[in-house]
Design a protein around this ligand. Structure first.
Ligand SMILES: CC(C)(COP(=O)(O)OP(=O)(O)OC[C@H]1O[C@@H](n2cnc3c(N)ncnc32)[C@H](O)[C@@H]1OP(=O)(O)O)[C@@H](O)C(=O)NCCC(=O)NCCS
Length: 433
């Protein structure tokens, strides 16, 4: 590892400090030789103050035990009907896998504990079929998990979960991990699988927005292995529950977990929330609201005063940030005649919403849109927010030559003495994993 790699990783350290990651490991991965390395990677995460909860599956061991005992399984993945014989083997498989995980965690010097922090309930009768010992998550005891994490204890959650009466039920581990991620407000839900990620037409999708994943899941012409589909379905549910990132990756690859988290390209599939959901193109009817925002910005001389008519005429250049149907911020993208440069201007966020990342999102969105329309450079003129553009948004100093001739003239006439900043769009990074 080069010192420069470390610098790359360090930028994520404050970003993830004290965040909760739910890591779900398939039974086959626990049995794989790379599991020792995964546990070392988990130890690295812990040393960076990332709080990890581990969930394991048992499908692989269950099939193997069924073979040894010559018992036909009613279901392997914990989603169908679990009969008494399958349940008995599932308990055995779970004990085996849990013990193996404990052994590895102990070897890595990690404090851990198997917990009954999750309560299950019977899946019951679905389409006339009694699912017997198959369960689903009813409740997560967040307090006990938090107190374990606060004491540096890694909770290990097994897919054999007790119901209110203390009866054991078999719960699908993908579902279990999703419920834990939602309840714990996790930053990441990570599935370690024997697959290289979510493959569509033979290609692993590296970054997948939530919307696209949902379209893929609804498209009957796309055939997915049922085990991958199960993780993808649960990942989509996790994002619906405000978990910002879900990852599906190959647990057999050395260093895969750290690569996925700390490398901007990653290793498997990262499913992410639609970051720019609250931003939309401005419409004519928004002109008054935009005029009001511009007026406030002009009061402190941060923005140039624009008339309502000027805003209406250039409405197609504006985009707005909405919360609960009310516009709380805006920005505009102006194309230059050279076809290679765009200017982001009129960036304004209502003071009440300052410091919540809205301004940065507007500028990041402008970068994305400018790049999409083929621009190579994004410029900004500022009188008071040089720090915001440079430190938070990565702009560097530019010069009057970066402006179009018309903008240079306007600037001279206005006497505003604004600073010119620029962002080379080739530097636009992939979504942060
Ligand atoms: C500048 C402005 C758009 C920032 O909006 P915001 O939603 O408060 O900004 P964010 O919450 O996205 O801030 C992102 C980061 O920039 C920093 N930041 C915000 N304003 C800053 C400023 N004026 N100078 C330096 N840094 C600033 C924040 O502290 C934050 O840092 P962090 O990521 O380390 O926490 C907002 O203050 C505003 O509307 N100002 C008046 C209009 C204006 O000056 N527009 C720019 C002219 S084009």
């Amino acid at each position: 590892m080069k010192p420069t790699d470390l610098r790359g990783i360090l930028r994520y350290v404050p970003m993830f400090r004290d965040h909760v990651f739910i890591i779900a490991v398939d039974g086959s991965i626990v049995s794989h030789e790379n599991f020792t390395n995964i546990v070392t990677d988990i130890a690295v995460l812990r040393s960076l103050s990332i709080k990890v909860i581990l969930v394991h599956g048992i499908g692989y061991q269950l099939v193997s035990l069924a073979g040894e005992h010559n018992v036909p399984l009613s279901d392997v993945q914990g989603e169908g009907i679990t009969d008494a014989a399958t349940m008995s083997l599932a308990r055995e498989a779970s004990a085996l896998v849990s013990q193996t995980v404990l052994e590895h965690l102990s070897q890595a010097g990690l404090r851990c504990a198997i917990t009954n922090a999750v309560r299950a309930t019977n899946l019951g009768v679905i389409k006339g079929k009694n699912h017997l010992f198959t369960g689903k998550v009813e409740k997560v005891d967040v307090a006990i998990l938090k107190s374990m994490l606060a004491q540096d204890i890694l909770p290990l959650v097994t897919p054999i979960v007790c119901d209110r009466e203390g009866q054991s039920l078999r719960v699908n581990s993908d579902h279990l991990a999703m419920e834990l991620a939602a309840a714990m407000g996790a930053s990441k839900l990570i599935y370690l699988t024997p697959f290289s990620g979510l493959q569509i037409n033979g290609q692993v999708r590296v970054n997948l927005p939530e919307d696209e994943l949902k379209k893929i899941l609804a498209d009957k012409s796309i055939i997915l292995d049922p085990r991958i589909r199960s993780k993808a379905v649960q990942a989509a549910k996790a994002l619906d529950e405000n978990v910002p990132r879900a990852h599906i990756l190959d647990g057999r690859v050395f260093g895969g977990l750290l690569t996925e988290i700390f490398d901007k390209v990653g290793l498997g599939t990262m499913i992410h929330a639609n970051d720019y959901d609250q931003i939309r193109q401005a419409k004519k009817k928004d002109a008054q609201a935009l005029y009001n925002l511009a007026k406030h910005g002009a009061k402190t001389d941060a923005l140039v005063l624009r008339t309502r008519q000027q805003i209406e005429q250039s409405i197609s250049e504006f985009f707005v940030y909405e919360i609960d149907d009310s516009i709380i911020g805006c920005a505009a993208l102006k194309p230059y005649p050279d076809g290679k440069t765009m200017e982001v201007c009129a960036v304004y966020v209502q003071p009440f919403y300052h410091g919540r990342g809205v301004g940065k999102k507007l500028v990041e969105y402008a970068k994305l849109k400018a790049k999409e329309s083929g621009a190579k450079k994004l410029v900004a003129l500022t009188t008071q927010t040089q720090g915001f553009f440079q430190s938070a948004c990565g702009f560097v100093s530019g010069s009057l030559h970066d402006l179009s001739a018309a903008r240079r003239k306007e600037l001279k006439v206005s006497g505003r003495n604004s600073q010119v900043l620029q962002f080379p769009l080739r530097k636009l990074k992939d979504a942060v994993r």
